[in-house]
Design a protein around this ligand. Structure first.
Ligand SMILES: *Cc1c(COP(=O)(O)O)cnc(C)c1O
Length: 220
């Protein structure tokens, strides 16, 4: 996998080191997290608070950062800030507000987050509508206890290559706008691309790709 990622980066004229792989271990048993660490990875993506908590508690010896990549209900925010090192799927200003409120009491005074953007307009996809993203990111940046590291997006499932370039490109430009328009904003992370579309995401500037099946096999 690392070879394919490096090749995609070089083809796009980018330094392979500028793209990291986040192994997505949701739905895989805990034992697979040990494999992931043995393979040299230092972080994983999970999409449920309870599953991540169980893995974390069952594997205290693993030096691994847990990233939340799925929709987070506001009533689980307090648990999430205790379980996850970073929340990569902050999909509304209201959720950010909730996270900011519960982070402090949990001792998280600089919780790293990514703001999820919906760049395709697909109603089933979460995230701030792209037209509102800069304003939303600006509000989230002003909240206590949160550190916005960048943006995350999910492409439409059945998009063709042209559409994928379009959607990922929009999110990259949105991050650039955030950097130009929001004073002090230094987010550079662009989490986009999954098993089926990561090469296109890399061509469009992804700094983190989230790989499940292509890296770990089919989930049972
Ligand atoms: C499951 C998931 C992935 C990984 O999907 P694969 O197609 O298995 O690579 C990436 N991102 C998110 C948000 C996911 O929920």
């Amino acid at each position: 996998m690392r070879d394919r990622v490096a090749t995609a980066a070089r083809t796009a004229g980018r330094d392979p080191e500028s793209v990291s792989i986040l192994p997505v271990t949701k739905g895989f048993p805990s034992a697979r997290l040990g494999d992931v660490v043995a393979a040299g990875f230092t972080a994983v993506g999970e999409n449920r608070v309870s599953e991540a908590q169980a893995k974390r508690e069952g594997l205290p010896h693993l030096d691994l950062a847990y990233h939340m990549i799925g929709h987070l209900q506001r009533n689980k925010a307090a648990a999430a800030v205790r379980v996850f090192d970073r929340i990569d799927s902050v999909d509304s200003v209201r959720l950010a507000d909730r996270l900011a409120a519960v982070a402090g009491p949990a001792g998280r005074t600089a919780l790293p987050v990514l703001v999820q953007v919906n760049a395709s307009g697909e109603a089933s996809k979460g995230g701030l509508p792209i037209e509102q993203a800069v304003a939303g990111v600006e509000r989230i940046c002003a909240m206590a206890n949160l550190r916005v590291r960048g943006l995350m997006t999910m492409a439409p499932i059945d998009a063709d290559e042209h559409m994928l370039h379009e959607v990922f490109g929009r999110v990259r430009r949105c991050l650039e706008e955030c950097r130009n328009q929001i004073a002090g904003f230094e987010g550079i992370e662009l989490s986009m691309g999954m098993s089926g579309d990561f090469e296109i995401a890399i061509a469009e500037g992804a700094t983190q790709i989230r790989l499940g099946t292509v890296l770990l096999g089919e989930r049972k």
